[in-house]
Structures are given as C-alpha cells and as structure tokens.
Design a binder for this molecule. Structure first.
Ligand SMILES: *[C@@H]1O[C@H](CO)[C@@H](O)[C@H](O)[C@H]1NC(C)=O
Ligand SMILES: *[C@@H]1O[C@H](CO)[C@@H](O)[C@H](O)[C@H]1NC(C)=O
Length: 248
C-alpha cells in the first residue's frame, strides 16, 4: 500500500529541479585530449550556475574526438543559456584541452571562435539566433578529397561590418569531403550578419583539400562562392593555404 504514495512523491521531486546537460566534444587532433581538471559555468539570462569540476567517476574523460556528457540539477531556472565558460584548475591545468564544441541540453550548439591555445578560461557562446546552411562541393579531381582538414568558415557581412564563425565542419558519423560530393552542414546559433559579403576558410590540419563551391544560405538569402583560383587548403603550407578569403 505504501507504494501508492511513494510514486507521486518521487515525480514531484523531479519536476521541481531543472536539469542541465552538457555534451562536450574534444578535438581530434594530436594533443587535443587532456588529463587536466576543468570547471564549467553556465551563464543564462536569469543567472549563472557553477557546474563544478567536470568528471565522470571511473571514466577517462576528454579523450581524442570523444563526446563526454555532464549533468547537473538546479532549483533555479537560468533562462536562455548564452555561454558556457570552461576554466582550467589545479596543478594539472597546464595540460591543455582543445574543445571542439559544446552542446547544451541537446538543442543549443556552442562554439568558440577563439582558436588560441593556453588560456585559463574560455567562453563558448551562442553567437546569435541565425541558422546558416553550408553546401560545400569537393572538386572531382585526384587528391581533392580529405578526411581530416578541420575547416571552419567565417561569414562576413557586405562591407565587413560583422562576422560569424562556425565550429569545425564535420557531420558526425558521415564521411565528409569525398571527391565530387556535396556536403550539407546546418549550423544553428550563429550571428545574423545581414547581407552576406565574404567567406573565409581556415584549415587546421595538413591533409590537403580542394573544393569547387560553397553555397551559403540564411533564410531566403543565398550566395554561392566559387573557388575560381583552384586554391588548395591545408595547414601544411607547402601543399596549400590555411586561410582563404573569397568575396564575390
Ligand atoms: C571578424 O570580426 C572581428 C571583429 O571585428 C575581426 O577582428 C576579424 O578580423 C573578422 N574576421 C574576418 C575573417 O573577417
Ligand atoms: C526574405 O525574408 C524576409 C524576412 O523573412 C522578408 O522580409 C523578405 O521580403 C524576403 N525576401 C524575399 C526576396 O523573399
């Protein structure tokens, strides 16, 4: 008989707390992984939450390319989350960690457009409310394909009055940038820069890649950028460039 009372009671406790989830994706380059100690702080419109030390007990977190999940309950509603701040702490804080991106409660995707290393603290923020779609066609030419380029795209407004930068372009579980293929990347939480002016590509890996076109779409606005100079991208500067701006 007692169970009749127990069940509704447990349910009441669950709805009172707000459950916050972070999925943190570690980069897949050599040395991106870490054994360091890190804390996370969530900043929302109505307040912030100390997420504490990120550690799943008895598990080696932050391995290359891994997605680690952390959860925390709070009695407070923080409102819309704008940033996740990661802080390095303790004696192992010199073991750098490269975070690719953070997913908050499965819906927001938080990117850091700051690619510098070695900071004690780094913010991963929503850049805005715009969703951009990038349709990228890899050239149909020997060696043009890549499976490891770590490319990001910055979209700048006409007249360069603002810009927004994607995380590393990678559709998880899909072999991107195959010869002659068109890959579609839908990236939410970017900034609306208004009329699209230029795209800038950066490459952080040395497996050279040659693309033909990049079509950028936001809402009903769309613009196609052609790689007319057939410029190869690579972080190995004997094979290509690691920075390419196209304005058309
Ligand atoms: C993006 O905007 C920032 C701030 O104005 C600027 O420093 C940076 O050079 C811009 N990046 C590109 C690729 O235009
Ligand atoms: C594009 O969308 C905007 C806002 O939704 C609208 O104001 C504008 O008229 C649309 N433009 C065209 C060409 O459909």
């Amino acid at each position: 008989m007692k169970f009749h009372f127990l069940v509704p009671c447990l349910m009441a406790v669950q709805v009172l707390g707000q459950n916050y989830h972070l999925d943190i994706v570690t980069g897949s380059r050599k040395y991106d992984d870490s054994d360091g100690t890190f804390r996370a702080v969530l900043s929302g419109q109505k307040g912030s939450l100390e997420f504490g030390v990120l550690d799943n007990p008895n598990y080696n977190d932050f391995q290359l390319g891994a997605m680690d999940n952390f959860q925390m309950s709070s009695g407070e509603d923080l409102g819309k989350i704008n940033c996740v701040t990661l802080q390095a702490r303790g004696s192992k804080s010199d073991d750098a960690w490269m975070v690719d991106y953070i997913i908050y409660n499965t819906d927001g995707r938080y990117l850091s457009s700051d690619t510098s290393e070695g900071d004690d603290e780094k913010d991963f923020c929503r850049q805005g409310d715009a969703t951009y779609t990038f349709e990228i066609t890899t050239a149909n030419e020997k060696w043009a394909d890549t499976d490891n380029i770590h490319a990001r795209i910055t979209v700048s407004s006409k007249g360069n009055r603002g810009n927004t930068t994607t995380g590393i372009l990678d559709n998880k579980g899909i072999d991107d940038f195959v010869l002659g293929n068109t890959d579609t990347f839908v990236i939410p939480d970017l900034k609306n820069v208004g009329k699209i002016g230029c795209v800038t590509l950066t490459a952080e890996q040395d497996d050279a890649w040659l693309f033909d076109t990049i079509k950028v779409t936001r809402g009903n606005q769309s613009k196609t950028f052609k790689n007319t100079g057939k410029v190869w991208l690579s972080s190995d500067l004997s094979e290509g460039v690691d920075y390419l701006e196209i304005c058309q």
